[in-house]
Design a protein around this ligand. Structure first.
Ligand SMILES: NC(=O)c1ccc[n+]([C@@H]2O[C@H](COP(=O)([O-])OP(=O)(O)OC[C@H]3O[C@@H](n4cnc5c(N)ncnc54)[C@H](O)[C@@H]3O)[C@@H](O)[C@H]2O)c1
Length: 355
């Protein structure tokens, strides 16, 4: 195979994005063969740049019967992700499924079990793994520039909006935690770099029209001692610093909307001398009277990647056998933490999803 013939199922806001992203990101390795939506008008007035060569289907059944199709991308409602992804895999096709990947640990394990029967066919769309600013922050953190990492603060504001679609209704597993949580928890786990051993959470509904949450704060303590705070809000009119990573020799920070990372670190040429604290009366000053540190400031552009790289990785895996970077166990951990957060916070409308 040198070209992936794909179909997108669900032509709402994101499904149209799938087709546009794929055709924009990697046109030489993908070919649009079909689109599908079970709402008839969603199959009308489709973008002209998609061409006219593709077939329109009203059901997934028809897509699965079409032997031309290699890959099915799913952009349907949350509760349909696992049931539909399993049907795609069982039909022997590749499947890219959206976040939230699953609505419970049990469901995620069921999906993984199905994927294991169809090796290499399932792709998870945690596309914000390829956010340029996140990627650069991780690269800076891993370089050791700020010393040993202590606290990671992810403070994502998605605008102030009394949002009113199905994605705010818990009947459909809606809310901001199931919407943005998969992305931000995935970032947190990548920064923590070791298993989560303790979770604290507050989840609440503040202004959205549905009964789902639109404001939450989560603390994740990892086995290596790092602590990540994840706050996501759809109700903040004055968003602050979006990212802060405090290490023993400096801090990486990004202000809301800055799209540029700032680091202030102890001059890398200054080693920390082994010093002892003084029990006697200090001189009439606070701080450290045995050393004077100087600091270096630096700004960094985001990494040269795009969230749409998720499709390039998918193509690299299908066509060239390169391992896909988003692992099933990583998504399982995101689902586990989401479930645990709903449990620990006691956020009432979502308790119905907890077994
Ligand atoms: N990864 C991301 O960054 C990202 C961003 C936005 C949305 N999403 C995800 O994409 C999914 C869809 O979100 P959306 O905003 O596009 O929803 P939407 O309501 O705008 O669109 C869903 C579409 O799917 C169709 N549909 C539903 N069930 C179907 C079925 N069984 N067969 C065929 N068509 C069906 C509906 O008619 C509708 O057109 C959500 O789960 C959401 O979490 C992901």
């Amino acid at each position: 195979m040198n070209k992936i013939r794909f179909a997108t199922v669900g032509l709402g806001r994101m499904g149209r994005g799938h087709v546009n992203e794929i055709l924009g990101a990697d046109p030489s390795r993908f070919e649009l063969v079909a689109v599908c939506d079970n709402t008839p008008e969603r199959l009308e007035n489709l973008p002209a740049n998609w061409g006219t060569q593709y077939t329109k289907y009203a059901s997934l059944d028809e897509v699965l019967k079409d032997d031309r199709i290699d890959l099915v991308t799913l952009a349907v409602r949350h509760l349909d992700h696992v049931p539909l992804a399993k049907r795609v895999l069982e039909a022997g096709k590749y499947c890219m499924t959206e976040k939230p990947i699953a609505t419970s640990v049990a469901e995620m394990k069921d999906l993984i079990a199905c994927a294991e029967k169809h090796p290499g066919k399932l792709f998870l769309r945690h596309n914000r793994r390829f956010e340029p600013e996140f990627t650069k922050a991780k690269e800076l953190m891993d370089s050791g520039l700020i010393g040993e990492v202590q606290y990671i603060t992810i403070n994502r504001s998605v605008g102030y909006c009394r949002r009113n679609d199905w994605m705010t209704m818990t009947e459909f597993y809606g809310g901001l935690l199931t919407n943005w949580g998969p992305h931000m928890l995935d970032h947190a786990l990548q920064f923590l770099e070791s298993p989560v051993v303790d979770i604290w959470a507050d989840v609440r509904h503040s202004i959205s029209i549905g009964d789902g949450d639109d404001l939450y704060k989560i603390l994740l303590k990892a086995a290596n001692g790092r602590l990540a705070e994840v706050q996501v809000t759809g109700a903040n009119t004055l968003p602050g610093r979006e990212l802060e990573i405090i290490g023993t020799r400096g801090t990486i920070a990004m202000e809301h909307g800055a799209k540029r990372l700032h680091v202030r670190m102890v001059d890398p040429s200054i080693p920390f001398k082994p010093l002892k604290p003084h029990p006697e009366n200090p001189p009439l000053q606070y701080g450290n009277f045995d050393e004077t540190l100087t600091f270096v400031d630096a700004d960094y552009d985001p990494a040269p990647c795009q969230m749409t790289d998720v499709w390039k990785h998918c193509a690299d895996t299908i066509l060239n056998g390169v391992p896909y970077p988003i692992k099933y166990e990583e998504a399982l951990e995101v689902v586990r933490i989401t479930e645990e957060v709903f449990r620990k916070s006691g956020f009432q409308p979502m308790q119905k999803f907890l077994k």
